[in-house]
Design a protein around this ligand. Structure first.
Ligand code: TXA
Ligand code: MG
Length: 321
């Protein structure tokens, strides 16, 4: 198992040596390496069993650093950066040669983000290179939102886990870029569409649907998936079709009372979407590790963070639908 602690200097030293460190961010934990060191980055893919065609996000601590790594930074995307960084926003920008191709899977654009977590920012300030960091989970599985989640699955392969407590946002960053001058969203996440439209003042184009596109596995049909089958829909209807199985429920607010279930976790008793997002992956894991046979959950209202939560539920359940 990895060493877990909050020693920034130790984490920085390991990263400088080309080793891997798991880091907390406000969205999910990342598996970090020196983004400018190809060998270190290659190890991320190996540990995660992640296909090399899936590019990584680089993490910085200040907006002033961006131009060291990108050829240009379009004005409307800069406005988003100024409004939401540090925060759950990732921006696709044309990369400079200093970013190795392994980071971007050979694509011309690099994904850039400044995370809003005090430990991650202090660590980044200790380093003179960006950190490439995907979510710190085996490829395709539920993303980690605590140091313990990381340790359980990847602990034997990494040197240190910087423990920053439970992630406050709980789902990954929203990914944006430009196509023909228009701002597009490639992955729904912790920053909502309306927050982005509030700054850009025009309709944002959603490009999150091309589920088979291998260039962006966060958009793959099956992702974020528990090992147990998960079904999404009206809880009473789902339960009436399930016979002789232990049912685990991921609830949101009011509880169903019409049928027998084995285990229930409420994402937010007061139906607070932010709280539900922060609890989503951790509750999904808990059910996956419990002795239920099947997990059921209802769709969220399609507004605000509900859209990103539904996106994750859809991909998590794609093997069952
Ligand atoms: O919140 C987050 O974004 C977390 C934390 C650790 O920062 N990171 C994260 O990384 O979710 P990952 O690798 O699990 O998801 C990144 C997504 C992938 O779906 C990847 O395909 C897409 O970003 N991506 C990265 N670079 C890209 C690029 N150059 N072009 C298109 N998509 C890219
Ligand atoms: Mg991921």
């Amino acid at each position: 198992m990895a060493l877990i602690g909050n020693d920034i200097k130790q984490a920085a030293n390991l990263l400088k040596q080309g080793l891997l460190v798991a880091i907390p961010t406000e969205t999910v934990y990342g598996l970090a390496a020196n983004a400018l060191n190809q060998m270190a980055v290659a190890r991320i893919f190996e540990v995660k069993k992640r296909p090399f065609f899936d590019p990584l996000i680089i993490h910085l601590h200040s907006i002033e650093q961006v131009n060291n790594y990108v050829r240009y930074f379009p004005e409307n995307l800069q406005r988003l950066a100024k409004a939401f960084w540090p925060g759950p926003l990732t921006i696709l920008l044309p990369k400079k040669n200093i970013i190795p191709d392994i980071v971007t899977a050979g694509l011309d654009q690099v994904a850039v983000r400044i995370p809003n977590h005090v430990l991650a920012l202090s660590l980044l300030k200790e380093l003179d290179f960006p950190l490439a960091a995907p979510s710190a989970n085996p490829f395709g599985y539920i993303s980690p939102t605590t140091a313990e989640h990381v340790n359980k699955q990847l602990g034997k392969d990494i040197d240190y886990i910087l423990n920053g407590g439970a992630c406050s946002v709980g789902i990954e960053s929203t990914i944006v870029g430009l196509e023909e001058e228009k701002v597009c969203i490639y992955r729904l996440g912790g920053l909502t569409i309306s927050e982005i439209e509030g700054v850009i003042a025009e309709k944002i184009i959603l490009k999150t649907q091309d589920a088979e596109n291998p260039n962006s596995p966060g958009r793959l049909k099956s992702h974020y998936a528990p090992k147990k089958p998960i079904y999404i829909g009206n809880l009473n209807q789902l339960a009436s079709r399930i016979k002789n199985k232990k049912i685990g429920i991921l609830a949101f607010g009011e509880l169903p009372d019409e049928f027998d279930y084995h285990y229930l976790l409420n994402l937010s008793e007061k139906k607070d979407m932010k709280e539900a997002a922060a609890n989503l992956f951790s509750c999904l894991r808990q059910l996956d590790e419990s002795n239920v046979d099947i997990i059921i959950c209802d769709w969220f209202p399609e507004s605000g963070l509900g859209e990103a939560i539904n996106d994750r539920l859809k991909r998590a359940s794609s093997e069952t639908t």
